[in-house]
Write a protein that binds this ligand. Structure first.
Ligand code: GLU
Length: 487
């Protein structure tokens, strides 16, 4: 049975790279009828940010990635929060000493700091000099009885570590390049390496699918497995997510744009973000691009994940988002847009249940839900000040514009069934050589109805406003033109 896990550290929001890792783990589990587990790796107490777990989980839920075991729902190997599993790590660290794959290190922080400086000055690699590796049992007993604080370090054996990464192929590391890493700190907390290996073993994880930044840790992990005599899981290291400058997407450089939460706030749909994330490092056999989660669950193959970094291209995300907005049932989109409409209406009237036509009109024009804010103002607020110079098209005149508006008003008043085809067909009768060009008629109408130079289709705007409101706005514009002296 395939068992994979997403093991975030609680350092804040769900990162896009993290969400991509979670998604690939999820897809791999579902594709193989396996299980997807969430585990919180919170042993680095200095980097801990309060409330992270809730935010991470809510980000995953928003994306629709459900898990089978985790900190909130428990499971057969609970707890799924590392700080609640300290006794396991302490027990296993002692066990590793018995297996002679680890040893106690009594070096003080001060000694380690001096060592580091000396090595730096001598341009040597900075690495623990194994001063405590060969302490006698007597030395050790004395230090323990004296209460000298100690850490437990991995004893890196000579030789090479060779393993097969499912994405990168065979990887070979000279053990000499590795340090006797600390596994258990003097305060009894494990480091990432120990806790990660113990939990993956105890939780029966079969495949470790994680970001490329953890690749250098894998040989150490394999040596820990070997020290215990445990069968290691398989490993797959996913390519980095890069920004358009090809640097790793990072909070420091790219600000809040690295968080899933930011995209939610900016009006991206989870289906769009998921589809986009799936393509950050993977692509299917053919060139289809639109995949919902269920389709991804069937199509996803770890073998098709690329080695090279994947570039985060916001234009592509916008393209996916516009696509998914267009594809939503209009009623559903209308519901999603209600908070935005309320914000635009801003305390002025909000015609409850009356926005569906507006939503339908705008649906194809939205890139994000938020983009409705700059496109729907005219629906809620009649143009405040109408500038006659804006109403009159260049190359037309005040007289002609006044006539165009007058005739439009006349025609629109006589429509009995206020439907877009009727509005369009009747108005188009006015557009004839020798009378009005499209621009002569539609430009002033657009400005009169919306106050803007750009808007959705004028006939649609007229229809959405309703006959009464439409006529009122046109009449107001006509009056303004008639009052100008530029005739
Ligand atoms: N806690 C690590 C992280 O924050 C997990 C790395 C792993 O999956 O082994 O990404």
């Amino acid at each position: 049975m395939v068992r994979v896990r997403f093991a975030p550290s609680p350092t804040g929001e769900l990162h896009l790279g993290g969400a991509r890792t979670a998604l690939y783990n999820y897809l791999f589990a579902r594709k193989n009828k396996g299980q997807f587990i969430i585990r919180l790796e919170d042993t680095d107490r200095e980097r801990l940010v309060e409330g992270s777990l809730e935010r991470l989980l809510s980000g995953l839920k928003w994306l629709g990635l459900n898990w089978d075991e985790g900190p909130d729902i428990g499971g057969p190997y609970e707890p799924y929060i590392q700080s609640q599993r300290l006794a396991h790590y302490q027990h296993w660290a002692e066990e590793l000493i018995k297996q002679q794959a680890a040893y106690r290190c009594f070096c003080s922080l001060q000694r380690l700091e001096v060592l580091r400086q000396v090595q730096q000055n001598e341009k040597q690699p900075t690495k623990y000099d194994r001063a405590c590796l060969n302490l006698t049992q007597k030395d050790i007993q004395e230090k323990l009885s004296a209460g000298t604080p100690f850490t437990i370090r991995l004893k890196i054996p000579p030789g090479q570590t060779i393993f097969k990464d499912l994405i990168r192929g065979q990887i070979k590391i000279d053990n000499f390049s590795l340090e006797d890493t600390i596994l258990l700190k003097s305060d009894g907390y494990p480091t990432y390496h120990l806790a990660n290996v113990i939990d993956d073993h105890e939780m029966k994880i079969t495949h470790v699918i994680r970001g490329e930044e953890w690749l250098p840790s894998t040989p150490k992990h394999l040596l820990i497995y070997a020290g215990f005599g445990w069968q290691p899981p398989e490993f797959a290291h996913l390519p980095n997510v890069l920004n358009i400058h090809k640097a790793k997407l990072s909070k420091r450089r790219d600000g809040e744009a690295v968080w899933v939460q930011t995209y939610k706030k900016e009006g991206y749909l989870p289906q769009a973000l998921l589809n986009f994330l799936a393509f950050l490092g993977w692509h299917p056999k053919d060139n289809r691009e639109i995949f919902n989660l269920a389709e991804l669950e069937k199509e996803f193959e770890l073998e098709r994940v690329q080695k090279a970094g994947a570039i985060f291209d916001i234009d592509k995300l916008n393209w996916f988002n516009a696509y998914y907005i267009r594809s939503l049932p209009s009623e559903q989109l209308d519901n999603l847009l209600q908070p935005y409409y309320a914000a635009i209406a801003g305390g002025s009237y909000l015609p409850v249940g009356k926005t569906l036509l507006l939503t339908k009109l705008l649906q194809d024009r939205l890139t994000t839900l938020n983009s409705v804010i700059s496109q729907a103002n005219w629906f809620f607020h009649p143009p405040a000040i109408l500038n006659p110079e804006l109403i009159i098209p260049v190359q037309s005149s005040a007289g002609k514009t006044a006539r165009a508006l007058k005739e439009a008003i006349h025609i629109l008043k006589n429509i009995n069934d206020w439907k877009i085809e009727n509005i369009k067909n009747s108005l188009e009768v006015l557009i004839r050589p020798g009378t009005f060009s499209r621009r002569d008629l539609l430009w002033p109408m657009r400005v009169a109805l919306t106050g803007e130079k750009e808007s959705p289709d004028v006939f649609g705007v007229a229809m959405v406003l309703g006959q009464k409101e439409c006529l009122a706005r046109l009449e107001k514009a006509e009056k303004i033109i008639n009052q100008t002296n530029v005739l």
